[in-house]
Design a protein around this ligand. Structure first.
Ligand code: C2E
Ligand code: CA
Ligand code: CA
Length: 682
């Protein structure tokens, strides 16, 4: 059970208290007045009835003396004039009832009192009288007083209430307001609320003190809130910075791999919902490592920043350009209308990035290889699309860089061979899984062997027999081509020595050198070592190079080619007629032989234009005093056509496919024997 103070408010309690006090005071006064009045009324009654009794006693004493009962009776009956006298009994001195009076109202007897008076005649008691008096009169008077008092009390209460109510209200109101304010603050936590100060008394001062306390709390609160706000802003800023750092690339400010992953998933979901397509372009700057190594990291960084700017400026705002690695960028082209759009955009990127950069006041050009894959055409998940764009990008690199390739199913093999190269190449060379095949070079005029070319093969334990197109591009890409070429150089020298010393067959042997060798002089050292090790005549060695050697650093490459030439080794320009075919190379490089590319030969019979071009190359070679050899001769017609045009040195399946060195030797010995026999017969 709750205490009284909880159940009734302060106002009610004060009201009840004041009214109870007023009531008690009224009652106390009423009781005193009533008591006094009833005492006085009783005295009055006794005096009156006493006087009546005295008068009657005086009149009746004679009747007693004369024993006149009738008169006594008559006299005593005069008490009937006073309704308060209930009965009167007159006794003689012997104590006998002499006469009596009895009032009619019997019921009043209950509340009465009596008194006794002696009757004295000449100082002698001659009898006495017992008078019984009713209280009724006093009671009635008391009742009237009570009614009066109650009425007065009520009036006093009403008056007290009407006076005390505003008084209490005025006293208690500020307290209640104080209470209200504190309660509202407790409920809302709003410390800006204030209690009104309506007086300067204790309650007013209490309100004032309360408000001051609130001021302090609010001030402290404000300070705290300010501090918290400041701290929160700092934290938010920090979090934002962290988020930015986590999702953006420091150098270019582009989204990084993490953000790309998120957006990629988003693009997949969006595309599935809207039933359209998006493209993923993977870009890798060509030869960025060389740029970094030769021009310095700062230059490389500046280039990346510029590339990022151009990429952003090329695509639409809703497309996403990210930097996902050193020189790798990824672009998401959302909501493509047609699959062809990706071609258009990729070409635009190639054009824009192909334009000159001015970095550190140096004019500079670079290429980029782009691979593309479409969702959902080329994969069902973000990771698959990314993988396929990567495959296409490597294909673009392998196909000569600075170009765009869109993914096709056939490219899957690339991935396999790239892995193969990465993991198996070195142990394969050590194990002797590589082998050189040779193909003869023939002088079609007398059908004599003028040389041969060493072509590498890989006998992979799981993949089987692999031709160079399956692994050379990936070995170049992985920077492992040198290991293959060094192996081929040593094997070529070994065979050359063997054929010369054992079979008196001193035939020139050619080996292919990747363009990758032509940025340092290591290849010169390797060649020199091989020549020394096998003690062979360097003029019987031939290095086949392509124009690609000059792409990265033409000046240095030229120096290296000259150094190779200086060893006494012959230089052949391979695949002539394809690629840039700058005739300048023919003058700047120390070339002995030009190898006419197979593509001219394959159409030479049918194509007038190819014949015309071939004739041009023939006269060019003659003019520069270079030996010309045609590659890929597959039939007699092609051979004849070439001879007609003035090209007499040839290589091709028509004469012999590339074969094992042992088979090559047998083939040669057979031909040699045959020719000797025919000569003898002749
Ligand atoms: P390449 O230097 O132009 O070599 C000639 C390619 O033409 C050889 O392909 C050869 O098998 C092929 N060939 C020869 N005659 C004919 C013909 O009549 N018809 C047709 N269709 N093809 C013919 P292979 O052996 O597959 O080599 C391909 C390329 O791989 C070579 O082209 C060369 O660029 C590269 N390569 C081969 N061995 C090496 C090597 O040891 N080091 C380097 N760096 N590259 C090599
Ligand atoms: Ca070759
Ligand atoms: Ca060739």
């Amino acid at each position: 059970m709750r205490p009284l103070s909880d159940r009734y408010g302060l106002r009610l309690r004060l009201m009840i208290m004041s009214l109870v006090l007023v009531l008690l005071a009224t009652l106390a006064i009423g009781a005193a007045v009533t008591w006094n009045y009833s005492r006085l009324a009783k005295n009055d009654l006794l005096t009156r009835v006493g006087i009546e009794t005295e008068i009657i006693i005086q009149n009746v004493s004679v009747s007693i003396l004369f024993d006149d009962r009738a008169t006594a009776q008559e006299i005593i009956s005069t008490f009937s004039a006073d309704p308060s006298v209930l009965s009167a009994e007159l006794y003689n001195k012997e104590g006998e009832l002499f006469s009596q009076y009895q009032a009619d109202v019997e019921s009043l007897k209950t509340a009465s009192f009596e008194f006794k008076r002696e009757i004295i005649f000449q100082e002698e008691i001659i009898g006495y009288m017992l008078v019984e008096v009713s209280n009724q009169e006093i009671r009635q008077q008391n009742f009237a007083i009570l009614v009066f008092l109650v009425t007065v009390s009520l009036i006093v209460l009403v008056v007290a209430f009407s006076f005390s109510h505003p008084l209490i209200n005025s006293t208690i109101q500020p307290l209640l307001k104080l209470h209200d304010t504190s309660q509202r603050i407790a409920e809302t936590g709003d410390y800006s609320l204030r209690s009104p100060v309506t007086s300067s008394d204790e309650v007013g001062r209490l309100s004032l003190a309360f408000n001051q306390m609130l001021n302090q709390i609010e001030h402290r609160d404000d300070m705290l809130e300010k501090q918290v706000r400041q701290r929160t802003t700092e934290l938010e800023k920090l979090a934002e910075e962290f988020r930015y750092r986590a999702f953006h690339d420091n150098l270019t400010g582009l989204p990084n791999r993490a953000l790309m992953d998120e957006r990629f998933e988003h693009s997949v979901e969006h595309t599935l919902r809207c039933d359209n397509r998006f493209a993923c372009l993977l870009l890798d700057l060509d030869d960025f490592k060389t740029i970094n190594d030769t021009k310095g990291h700062e230059f490389g960084d500046d280039l990346l920043i510029e590339v990022a700017k151009r990429l952003k400026a090329t695509v639409r705002a809703e497309d996403l350009v990210c930097r996902i690695g050193g020189d790798e960028f990824l672009i998401l082209l959302n909501d493509l209308k047609s699959p062809d759009d990706v071609n258009t955009i990729a070409r635009k990127i190639l054009t824009r990035l192909g334009r000159e950069f001015v970095l550190k006041s140096e004019r500079f050009k670079t290429g980029v290889s782009i691979g593309g894959a479409l969702f959902p055409d080329h994969g069902t998940s973000a990771s698959e699309i990314k993988r396929h764009a990567d495959v296409a990008m490597y294909r673009a690199k392998a196909a000569g860089k600075n170009q765009f390739c869109i993914f096709t199913e056939g490219m899957q093999d690339d991935v396999k061979y790239r892995l193969l190269i990465k993991n198996d190449l070195k142990p394969a060379i050590a194990r002797g899984d590589f082998e050189i095949y040779v193909q003869p070079k023939i002088n079609a005029v007398d059908n004599q062997i003028v040389g041969c070319e060493a072509l590498v093969r890989w006998n992979h334990p799981q993949e089987g027999f692999l031709t160079p197109d399956k692994f050379i591009p990936f070995a170049e890409e992985a920077g492992l081509i040198s290991d293959i070429d060094y192996f081929v150089i040593r094997e070529s020298c070994r065979k050359q020595k063997e054929w010369t010393t054992l079979f008196n067959f001193p035939i020139p042997i050619a080996f292919n050198l990747s363009g990758r060798h032509f940025h340092d002089f290591k290849i010169v050292e390797v060649l020199q070592n091989a020549i020394d090790e096998f003690a062979i005549d360097p003029s019987l060695l031939e290095a086949e190079i392509t124009e690609a050697v000059l792409i990265e650093d033409p000046e240095k490459a030229q120096k290296i080619v000259h150094a190779v030439k200086a060893l006494g080794i012959c230089i052949s320009l391979d695949d002539f007629g394809t690629g840039y075919s700058s005739l300048n190379y023919l003058r700047t490089l120390p070339i002995d032989t030009v190898k006419l590319d197979r593509s001219f030969v394959s159409n030479i019979v049918e194509s007038v234009q190819d014949r015309r071009l071939t004739r041009g190359i023939v006269s060019l070679a003659q003019g520069l005093n270079l030996r010309l050899i045609a590659e890929g001769v597959e039939n007699e017609k092609q051979m004849n056509a070439l001879m007609e045009l003035g090209c007499f040195f040839m290589q091709g399946f028509y004469f012999l496919r590339p074969v094992k060195t042992s088979d090559f030797l047998q083939w040669h010995l057979k031909r040699y024997t045959k020719s000797i026999l025919s000569r003898q017969r002749a």
